[in-house]
Every structure is written in C-alpha cells, then in structure tokens.
Write a protein that binds this ligand. Structure first.
Ligand code: PHE
Length: 370
C-alpha cells in the first residue's frame, strides 16, 4: 500500500512538472482535478482507508494525508510560477519603448498669398503706410465714375466687370478705396472745422474680373492699392517709395524702371518694372523674366486732379500718388510658380514643395515646416 503511495507521488509530480514546463494552465487545472479534486486520486485512497485492517489504518491514513499536503504545496508552487511566467510574457509583449522619438504633429502653413500680402503690407508699414480694407461689393460710382471713368467711356474695357445689378458690381480693383478714404477723411475734418489730413494708406483685398481663366488669369485675385496725399508729394516721392519697397521685397540690389502707362485716375501714369532678381539681365532663357531682364510689377501715377476733387481734397492745394499691384503676380515671382490656378487648389502637399525662386534674396529662405 505504501509503495502505491510512493508510485502515485512520482507520477503525479512528474506530470505536474511537465504541465508547468509547458506553461499550460489547462493541463495544471486538469492535474488538480485528477489528484486533488473531489473525485480525485487522493479522495479515492482516503475512501479505501475504511476497508483496511484496523492496525494499518493509522499509518496509511497519515501517509495519504501527508501526500495530499505535499501535492497541494507542489501544485500551488507550480501554479504560481506559471502565472508569473505568463504575466511576464504579456508585459514583455506590451512593453512601450519610451525612447522612440514622438510622432511629429501635422503643422499647417501660411498660404503663400497670405505670406506675400503680409510681407508687402509690412514693407509699406515701414514707410508709414496704414492698412485699411474696403467692400468687395462696390457701387459703379466708386469703382468707375469717381475714378474718372464715366459710363460708356472706352477705358471701362480695361476691367471686365462682374455685375450684380446695373449699378452694383464686384470691385474690379482696390482703387475705389482711394475715393472712399479721401471722402471719409475730408468729411470728418470738415465737420471738425479742420482741413483734410494727409493720407498714407495701403488697401489689401480681393478683386474680381470676368476673365477667361488660364495660367495667368483668375476671376478672383488679390490686389494691394496704395495712396499718399499731402501738400508736397511729387513723382520723385512716388519713385522713392516704390523703389524702396521693391528693394525690401526683392533685395537691396534692385533697380527700378518707370515707363508711361495709362490709367484714367492718374496723371501722369506709369508702369513700374524692376531688374530681374533671378538673372539680373544676364540669362536670355531666364524662367523669371523670360530674357527681357525686367519684370513689370505694378501700375502707378500721380492722383488725377478730378479724383482728388471727388475725394473732397482741393487739387490746387493737395497732390498725391497712387499705385496698385497684384499679390498673385508677386507671389508667382517669388516662388517661381507659373500657374495662378495653383493658388486655389488648397493642396498642402503642393505648398510643402514650393521653395523660393532661384536668386531670391536670402531673407525669403525661411524654412517651410514639414
Ligand atoms: N487699379 C489699377 C488696376 O487694377 C492699378 C492702379 C492703381 C494703377 C493705382 C494706377 C494707380 O489695373
């Protein structure tokens, strides 16, 4: 009988070790039921006790009892080791590598048009020009008539207009703000018994034209208007201001060229070109100036006496100059972009690729965030 107990112990511990080795929870449970369960082998041995002769009962009984204890202890220990091992395995699998570099946050970009607009406004602000904004839906009166472009005047053909009613339109340029600003300033001054103040403003904003859209024309685009009015201003002031701004924007080495041009609201009127910042006139195949060496950037001139008068400023005592430039055009030059339609695709990937045009001043080469 006692040999039976020893044999049972050997097999039991053998299969327990095997189950532990495999980290097999189910096998462990099975083992527990087989040996220690209510139908298990230990119970069966205990049930035999009653059939033994009286003198053997005690020894046998205590042998079974102590076997049961040893198996219980062995089982608990195995079970613990298997649980620990499985838990460790799980922790290992779920381990987080805190030394991995973080994922970068997607970062937005300022749209190149916005960037140019704020650079241009800042360049003029350095010379004391204040930025003001005006309505995009405009009256014929301000967009044309008060700018010395009467109804049926052929000069209206210079601006293909999107009409809203027969008197209301989407402004074709930012020039209506010339008269609006002068009127506002002169009326206020007059109410207070003062003479109209000197003005120095720029007007950034959207403008609209009824255009066939192509690589260089959009039906909606941005302009920046400028207006200076005071007692003394002259054409040389105009040249000085615009040359200074061209140098702020395109590099201190820039040369400017003024040639006659016609706009009904200025007299004389001019077109401003600067020498090519990319090739400085040396490359006949230059992508920026197409070999001419010059880049036209804006229209300008001395404010027409009639326009001053329409603004409530006495043309005998005041003079002024005005200019208007296209923000898309300047941005295309800076970035070497050759299709205006790209500006409105809203494609962030595209802008990540955009770099400044060859020959651009160093100050433009700020990093574009990835
Ligand atoms: N308003 C003109 C245009 O859109 C530009 C301009 C403004 C010209 C001011 C001269 C003076 O073409």
């Amino acid at each position: 009988m006692v040999e039976d107990i020893t044999a049972l112990e050997t097999t039991a511990l053998g299969s327990l070790t095997a189950a532990e080795h495999r980290s097999d929870r189910q096998a462990l449970e099975q083992w527990r039921l087989t040996y220690l369960g209510s139908q298990g082998q230990i119970r069966q041995l205990m049930r035999c006790i009653g059939q033994l002769p009286l003198e053997e009962r005690r020894t046998f009984g205590s042998a079974v009892q102590s076997l049961a204890q040893r198996l219980e202890v062995a089982y608990k220990a195995s079970e613990q080791r298997v649980s620990d091992r499985l838990l460790n395995r799980e922790l290992e699998a779920e381990r987080i590598d805190v030394t991995l570099p973080g994922r970068p946050h997607a970062q937005g970009l300022i749209h190149p048009l916005r960037q140019t607009l704020s650079d241009v406004v800042r360049a003029f602000a350095n010379l004391g020009f204040q930025a003001v904004e005006g309505p995009e839906v405009e009256w014929d009166t301000y967009n044309f008539e008060l700018l010395n472009i009467p109804a049926n005047h052929p000069a209206r053909d210079m601006w293909d207009t999107l009409w809203i009613t027969d008197r209301m339109l989407l402004r074709t340029h930012t020039s209506p703000m010339q008269v609006r600003t002068m009127r506002m300033a002169s009326a206020t001054a007059r109410r207070q018994g003062n003479e109209p103040p000197a003005l120095r403003i720029v007007v950034p904003g959207r403008t609209y034209r009824y255009e066939q859209v192509d690589a260089t024309h959009e039906s909606q685009f941005m302009q920046l208007e400028g207006l200076l009015v005071d007692h003394q201003s002259s054409f040389s002031d105009l040249k000085g201001v615009l040359t200074d701004v061209a140098r702020q924007l395109f590099g201190q080495a820039r040369k400017t060229r003024f040639r006659c041009d016609y706009f009904p609201f200025v007299e004389p009127g001019a077109e401003l070109a600067m020498d090519c910042f990319a090739c400085e006139g040396r490359d006949p195949h230059c992508r920026v100036c197409h070999g001419s060496g010059w880049i036209e950037i804006l229209g300008c001139g001395m404010v027409h006496p009639k326009v001053l008068e329409n603004g409530g400023y006495d043309p005998q005592r005041y003079r002024g100059f005005a200019f208007g430039l296209g923000i898309e055009r300047i941005t295309m030059l800076r970035h070497g972009i050759d299709d205006i339609r790209l500006f409105y695709l809203n494609d962030v990937q595209l802008w990540r690729q955009v770099r400044y045009a060859p020959g651009a001043p160093r100050s433009w080469n700020r990093e574009v965030p990835e």
